[in-house]
Design a protein around this ligand. Sequence first.
Ligand code: AVJ
Length: 318
Amino acid sequence: PRARAAAAATDPSDIETQALRGLTRTPKCLPPALFYDDRGSVLFDRITRLDAYYPTRAETAILRRRAPEIATHAGSGAVLVDYGAGSSVKTRLVLDALDRPAAWVPIDVSAGHLERAAAAIARDHPGLLVAPVVADFTAALDLPDAVTALPGPRLGFFPGSTIGNLAPEEAVAFLRRAACLLGRDGRLIVGVDLVKDEDRLIAAYDDPEGVTAAFNLNLLARLNREARADFDPTAFAHRVRWNAGLCRIEMHLESLTDQVVSVAGRPIRFRAGETIHTENSHKYTPETFARLARRAGWRSQACWTDAARDFSVHELVQ
Ligand code: AVJ
């Protein structure tokens, strides 16, 4: 299953298919999983260190404080299924607290990023079974056979508020699949960004340094390389909107002119001002997220926040 997943994530024709599927829709969109090629992963690391981007610092503070409780509840010999394998700092906080963890299964769409993260963790945890899976976490996935055989309790870990990328219906579907994979006495630790003042939300996604703009525009450079596209990235601009009705930050790429772009041999027409919707980042309250988890068969046993109440981490049980 591992080899198959790796092939699917890097097959160029698959990127072409994904690009065309989104760009021939009205309104146009692209899947946010495409952000994380090697350059996109580097840019995202840089975002997490921006002054305006509070989620990473807030969540790390919560995990630093709660890792002992998380580990006690998980029990010894646990299998850590890591849906946020890009962020090795957070992974270490949990892994280092666990009592004799049996295996670590990092899941990520960027093979390069995953390899580097896996090598670093393996170095510091001799004896730990490291079993990476290159896959899009929104797709159905199987654990590697060597992991399936392990008897220990399973602990899912989904940090970063990446669940906010999903529409509520998709988030429920993901949480149901995770419930299946982690089993009856499995647990899931999920990081969820909280609703707050609109100005702060916008600032977090539209930093003055332009790192988030570069992250968003990198999609077009990636499609030029991997989807036989001929985008001129200077003819598009990074745009951020707060959608109050759906409680989400939206990122778009706005065409600055009327133009035609070729993608995988097909002409894609843009009007000046038309956008490609590239990402949603849904924000929740502790209550709205607990209700969402409930629909997927999970119960929020704890919801921890940082001192400023900017970010939350839920401990879900079945
Ligand atoms: C990793 C998806 C949670 O939505 O905050 C950061 C990605 N996009 N800045 C987020 C992101 C722009 C991030 N997630």
